[in-house]
Design a protein around this ligand. Structure first.
Ligand SMILES: [Zn+2]
Length: 190
């Protein structure tokens, strides 16, 4: 696995629409491994491939799993590992599609590894059903609510070249982009 640099807005590559994946290959799994490692190192809870400059419809998410939850249908069965309050729970989504969204909306504060240190509230459907291919290329469907619903919709926006700041007013968005450009200039000096 390898860490990849994360693109920061207003990098034009972040506005690209990502291409569907034709097959889940070992090479694609390597990309997903790199994405996960890069996301953990950032640290973040979700990452789309385009954020590391790869215009493919792939996202990874890890919201963690509460420690005391019984493992259920999980095959790992490592009930003994003791780290933080949450266990890693990596999720991989290839060619994700929203097949249903609830009418009720939820307002949630979002941030983004490509919009570092800036946060604002975005309104989205509270629940969505997503169809996708998993790490092994198997067709799956998942009902998402709470943080997962917010996170998956945020990451899927990236596949369309949309950032959470694109959901805000133009004034707010321009303010944020100005801040990013300022902090970027400071960084490139060193
Ligand atoms: Zn993001």
């Amino acid at each position: 696995m390898a860490l990849r640099p994360i693109l920061v807005a207003p990098d034009p590559r972040l506005k690209q629409v990502s291409e569907p994946v034709s097959e889940v290959t070992d090479e694609l799994r390597r990309l997903m491994d790199d994405m996960l490692e890069t996301m953990y190192a950032a640290p973040g809870i979700g990452l789309a491939a385009i954020q590391i400059g790869v215009a493919k419809r792939v996202i990874v998410i890890d919201l963690g799993k509460p420690k005391d939850e019984p493992d259920g249908d999980d095959e790992e069965g490592e009930a003994s590992s003791k780290k933080e309050k949450r266990d890693p729970d990596p999720m991989y989504f290839v060619n994700p599609e929203i097949v249903w969204a609830s009418d009720d909306l939820v307002l949630c504060e979002e941030g983004c590894l490509s919009v570092p240190d800036l946060y604002d509230e975005v309104e989205r459907p509270a629940r969505v059903k997503v169809r996708y291919l998993d790490y092994h290329g198997k067709r799956q469907e998942i009902d998402c609510e709470g943080m997962l619903a917010v996170c998956i919709q945020h990451e899927m926006d990236h596949l369309e070249g949309v950032l959470f700041i694109d959901h805000l007013s133009r004034l707010k968005r321009e303010m944020m982009l100005k801040k990013l450009q300022k902090s970027r200039k400071r960084e490139t000096v060193g």
